[in-house]
Design a protein around this ligand. Structure first.
Ligand code: NAP
Length: 249
């Protein structure tokens, strides 16, 4: 890479924002957002672009047009499609790419976890696990629970879900983290929740609900992650900055 290399950071996570803020001193950063959330967290003093590229080929074209030297895919562990696209586009263009993937949560003493392979698997499992569920999944994923019978649903999302009417009887609440363990404990208690459905996002920002479930003996259906892309991986921002410096060296 040249002196001030151009790095595309595929973002949408707290680590991506932190990485962009730190790397901006030494690299020309473009921070990319899918554009799904209103008012997402953004890094400072970097160029931010918003919206899908239009698939792997269009991403490769964008990188060529913008003189991209390296890519950090710092998207959410469950953002599987963009990870595949980034791997394909960088592979085709011969560009260095690293996936920044924070560690998954591990079951702790006092937890009662039930593993689900994906959202549909969690929805299928739900009626056999509890009667009053807190769904902590994305607003675009709640549709998978439309056919669930016999379990009441509490759903929290940052922006109002577009297809709320597909889940008649569900309770919708608005909320944007971070939430404290006290917040989450109060919510689970107030709604007499006996099962929490969560993706294994990892990281600290959304862990409070898992700790609250442990404290209250609430069961958790934990949705496993999609496979990580092949190639370079880091599980923290420090190692990612070191990787960028090695690419530049
Ligand atoms: P996804 O299924 O992997 O991606 C779907 C499409 O969205 C991609 O094919 C791409 O469109 C576009 N896209 C995704 N991330 C992008 C980015 N950073 N910049 C530009 N385009 C992007 O992703 P997702 O699960 O819907 O997540 C969307 C975004 O939300 C990601 O940036 C992720 O970091 C963030 N996020 C996701 C979750 C989650 O649970 N999935 C949670 C928190 C935050 P094109 O094919 O048109 O390029």
């Amino acid at each position: 890479m040249n002196d001030r290399a151009r790095v595309l950071i595929l973002g949408g996570t707290a680590e991506a924002v932190e990485l962009a803020n730190r790397a901006a001193t030494d690299f020309d950063i473009t921070y990319s957002l899918a554009g799904r959330t209103k008012n997402p967290a953004r890094p400072e003093n970097v160029s931010v672009r918003t919206g899908g590229f239009g698939g792997a080929k269009a991403l490769a074209d964008w990188m060529q047009k913008n003189g991209t030297d390296a890519v950090v895919d710092a998207t959410h562990p469950f953002a599987a499609q963009i990870a595949v696209n980034a791997a394909a586009a960088c592979g085709a263009a011969g560009l260095s790419r690293l996936k920044l993937l924070r560690p998954a949560w591990e079951e702790q003493p006092g937890d009662h976890w039930y593993a689900a392979p994906d959202i549909a698997g969690a929805a299928a499992l739900l009626p056999s696990i509890g009667k009053r569920a807190f769904l902590s999944v994305g607003r675009l994923e709640i549709e998978a629970f439309a056919g669930v019978a016999g379990t009441e649903l509490l759903i929290r999302s940052i922006d109002p879900p577009a297809d709320a009417d597909r889940l008649p009887g569900a309770i919708f609440i608005a909320g944007r983290g971070p939430f404290t363990v006290a917040d989450e404990t109060a919510l689970l208690r107030a709604h007499k929740i006996d099962v929490l459905v969560s993706k294994n996002a990892g990281g600290g920002a959304t862990y409070a609900k898992i700790a609250a479930a442990r404290e209250l003996g609430v069961k958790v259906i934990m949705i496993g992650r999609p496979p990580a892309p092949t190639g370079d991986l880091a599980d923290n921002v420090d190692d990612t900055v070191a990787w960028l410096n090695r690419q530049a060296g």
